[in-house]
Each structure stands twice: as C-alpha cells, then as structure tokens.
Design a protein around this ligand. Structure first.
Ligand code: FAD
Length: 475
C-alpha cells in the first residue's frame, strides 16, 4: 500500500498552474498523473474532430511539463481507475470537477464505487468562477435571465478564488503503472487536414499564457469597441484554452481585473469579465437543465415545423450560400477551427431563421469543427440564436448579413480573407454582390453561379417566412 501517493486524474484541466487537484495532491506526497480518453460514456457527445486535434497537442504539452510522466489510457474510467489504483497500491484519488451531465453521472458512479472500497476521493472546482449550485434566487430556484444571474447572483458572492501556484515539485510513486504512448489514443485523423489549425493555434499551457498576456497587453483596452469586429483581432481567442483547461477562468479573471487601465477603458474590462460570465451562465444552465443540448428550453418551440433541406445545409456547412459574410464565417470555421462570435450569431441566425433548419444541425456541425467545442456554451448559444433558449434573442431578431457586414466588416476585409474569389469586389457590393451590375461583376472576375454562388435564399422573403412561422406559434 502507498499511503503518501495520490492518483491525479486530469480531464479538462490540462495545466499545472492553478490546478487544485494537482496542487493539493503534490502537497501530500507523490502523485501518479493519469489521462484517460473516455469515448465510452459521452454517447453522442464524444469529442469532435477539430477538438481531438487540439486535445492531442494539449496532452503532449502537459506531458512535457510533467517530464514525460503523464500516463495515457483509453477506455472506461469506471473500469480503468479501480484497476490502476489496485495495480499501484494507491488509496487516494483527486480530480477537478466537470459539468457535462454524462460526466457528472460517471463521476458520481466512480466516487460511489471507490468510496465503498475505502479509497479517499478528493474533488475540486478548477474551471468555474462560481459553482452552479451556490448561485440561486431568493426562492432557492435557479436564475433564467443572465443579468440578474450575474449581478445579483454571482457578483454578490465571494470574489472568484485567487489562482494557486504550480506545485513546488512533482514526484512519482515507485512502481507507477506504465500507460500507452499518446499516439495510441489515435486522436489525430488519418488524413492530414489540420494544417490550418496548426498554423493558427498553439495548444497547451504556455500558448494559453502567451495569448492571455498578449490580449491584456494589446487588445483589452479597446475590447468594447473592437470585440464585434471580425476583421480585427479584438477578442482574446482564449476559448479553446479555457475549454481544455490550459488556463482557468480564475486566472483570466484576476489577470484582467488587475490590469491597469485608465478612464473609459474601465468599461472594456467590465465588458470582458461579463463575457467570461456568459461562459459561467452557459455552464449554469447546463447544470440546472441537463437536457439543454437536446431539448428546447422554451417548450413552445417544440411545435415549430423545421424545414428539411439537405442541399441548403451542405451549402451552409461548406460556405457556399452566396451570402459573403455567412460564407466567410463558415470557411473560417473549416480552415481554422474557430469563428468570430458575431459571425457565429449571424451564421446561426441564417441557418435557423433564413433557411428554417433545426438548430441541432448547427450545434452538431459546430461540435465537430470548433476547437473550442463546449457542450455548455455551444448548446446555450444555439438555443440563444434560435430564440428558444433561456434569455434568448427574441425570435423576431433576425440578423441581416448585409447590414451586419456593412457595420462590422465595412471594407470586407474579413470576407476577402476567406472568400478570395471576391477580392476585387469593392466595399459597396462586397456584402451583396448579387446587386452589382453585370458588367462590373465581369470586370471583377465574378460569374455568379459559376465561381461564386447565387444566394441560395432571398433574404427578405426568408425573413418574412420565418416571422410568419414563429408568429403562428403565438410565443
Ligand atoms: P472573448 O470575447 O475574448 O471572450 C472571453 C471568453 O469569454 C471566451 O474565451 C469564452 O470562454 C467566453 N465567452 C465569450 N462570449 C461567450 C458567449 N457568448 N457564450 C459563452 N461564453 C462566452 N464558445 C465556446 O467556448 N464554445 C462553443 O462551443 C461555443 N459555441 C457557440 C455557438 C454559437 C452559435 C455562438 C453564437 C457562440 C458560441 N460560443 C462558444 C460563444 C463565443 O462565440 C465564443 O466563446 C467566443 O467567440 C470565443 O472567442 P474569444 O475567446 O476570443 O472570446
């Protein structure tokens, strides 16, 4: 028996700084660091393609930080963890909590099983600023609206926990079981489609820390003005790092909170912290309403009759709708594994409202293609876009991709980056090339329907169709 050792089970906390499970285990003695790729318990929410690429890189980075001592396994933790504890003679396990419904169920079963066997189980909060069960209204029910949740629920609690340092030393117990090599987890696809992701991102704790430092040093001050501009680098780009726990929301919160800013820029800081709170709110909704990924939050939407249009869905997925800002967003997603938040809202509104296609199709496509694919934020955001979510955009708010483009990508720089065939189209027509005179299109090298699509739907007609369909629900 090994009384001074703890098995530290890494999950969505792939870092050594501000990692409570690791920190407190290392304080008590030796540690056995373990990662288990669990494709058994998540069902339809097993990690998607782009996220698998990220996970591979992130695990490699963490393993490096742990001097190559991270043990990799693949399978069902319910079976593997008791086996590992037995093989190593370790009687204590620590992990940081996860919040997807299937993770909560799995972890509860493991905790029950191990406690019955006399194993000590320590769990910690490492990824949320406020535990979802602590933030309730006066009547002890959960909030459904963001602003009171944040202002009355969160900001009146204790301030987010201050980050912990990395452990002073990490020592392995003797006879630690050997895992599989990382490659055996087969996270990387057989065909190499991920060069675009690799050139854009640096997964791992160091990449996350550098990105945070660059953001607070350069962009935070202008966050309020620039955060809605897809043609600028106005946001932090931290979402995949947060998704895999390469840095914690607490670290981000405290760094942003302490960054000296002057005058009006204080609103930039508040705006940024508020976005972090939207992440919290998504987790909160998922915790209190675990059917959020499947069921309309507002059940009146269950009666809505969605359109079945596979050709339109494929055109949307491939960025071939003929609406430049939508196409640029969908191509950015495919090439880089991310998409600017404003454009996510816009392509979502286009899919659900202009094309009348169920939000589940968008949610699943994003799940497979986003490097930050996160069950809480993805599900809550799709419900928000569709109008059926908690505190959602009202159904009659149908984004117009032409006017949105003119406002947030006025020169069409973002569009031209991802739709190079439109490179010669001037600002006046870049958001609506179908309105340009035929002679001009010819001059710019565009033949609509040949080298750039005709719009697959008329924006005005489809808007009215959506409004009529939603009005019929009498919501
Ligand atoms: P910043 O503006 O720098 O914000 C800082 C952090 O706050 C982000 O990293 C993120 O963790 C959080 N945040 C910001 N906006 C939101 C938001 N609206 N909801 C929840 N958290 C937010 N975000 C994901 O992390 N994973 C998803 O799977 C995801 N799916 C989405 C699907 C749709 C249809 C929409 C409209 C939004 C989705 N978002 C998702 C939210 C948001 O688009 C991204 O978090 C944001 O674009 C990330 O960029 P950033 O890190 O530069 O954000």
């Amino acid at each position: 028996m090994n009384n001074a050792a703890t098995l530290v089970w890494f999950r969505q906390d792939l870092r050594i700084n501000d990692n409570p499970a690791l920190f407190y285990a290392a304080e008590q003695g030796t540690i056995l660091p373990v990662y288990i790729l669990d494709d058994v318990n998540p069902g339809q929410w097993r990690i998607g393609g782009a996220s698998r690429w990220w996970l591979h890189q992130s695990l490699a980075a963490l393993n490096k930080k742990l001097d190559g001592q991270l043990r990799f396994f693949c399978g069902d933790p319910l079976q593997l963890i008791p086996e590992l504890l037995k093989a190593s003679g370790i009687r204590r396990i620590a992990w940081n909590r996860c919040y997807q419904p299937w993770q909560i169920n799995r972890d509860a079963s493991i905790k029950h099983l191990l406690t019955d066997q006399g194993v000590e189980v320590e769990t910690y909060n490492s990824s949320l600023l406020w535990e979802p069960w602590r933030v309730l209204k006066k009547d002890q029910t959960p909030y459904k609206v963001f602003t009171p949740y944040y202002r009355n629920g969160c900001l009146t609690q204790d301030a987010p926990r201050y980050p912990l340092p990395s452990p002073t030393s990490i020592v392995l117990p003797p006879n630690a079981p050997i895992g599989e090599p990382l490659d055996r987890l087969a996270l990387l696809p057989k065909s190499v489609w991920y060069q675009g992701l690799a050139s854009q991102w640096r997964p791992g704790e160091n990449g996350a820390a550098d990105r945070l430092a660059r953001f607070v040093g350069q962009s935070l001050i202008d966050y309020s003005d620039d955060r809605d501009r897809p043609d600028m680098e106005g946001t932090s780009g931290l979402s995949p790092h947060l998704r895999f726990g390469e840095l914690s929301a607490n670290q981000v919160w405290h760094v942003a909170d302490k960054t000296p800013l002057t005058g009006l820029a204080e609103s930039a800081r508040e705006g940024f912290l508020r976005q972090l709170a939207w992440r919290e709110f998504s987790y909160y909704l998922l915790y209190h309403w675990p059917n959020l990924p499947q069921q309309n939050f507002r059940s009146k939407f269950d009666r809505f009759v969605w359109r079945d249009d596979p050709a339109a869905l494929v055109a949307w997925q491939q960025g071939q709708t003929g609406i430049p800002l939508v196409d640029a967003g969908m191509r950015q997603l495919w090439q880089t594994g991310t998409m600017h938040n404003r454009v996510r809202m816009l392509v979502g509104s286009f899919l659900v409202k202009n094309l009348g296609i169920h939000w589940h199709h968008g949610q699943h496509w994003f799940w497979d293609t986003l490097v930050d694919a996160d069950l809480a934020s993805n599900s809550a955001s799709w419900q928000w876009v569709a109008g059926c979510g908690a505190d959602a955009a009202p159904y009659f708010r149908i984004f117009n991709p032409v006017t949105q483009g003119q406002k947030f990508d006025p020169k069409g720089r973002y569009i031209k980056r991802y739709c190079p065939e439109l490179a010669r189209v001037p600002s006046k027509y870049i958001h609506c090339p179908w309105l340009a005179p035929a002679a001009s299109l010819k001059e710019w090298g565009i033949v609509l329907g040949e080298n750039y699509p005709q719009p697959i739907v008329d924006l005005k007609y489809s808007r009215q169709r959506a409004l009529d369909a939603f009005a019929a629900l009498k919501i």
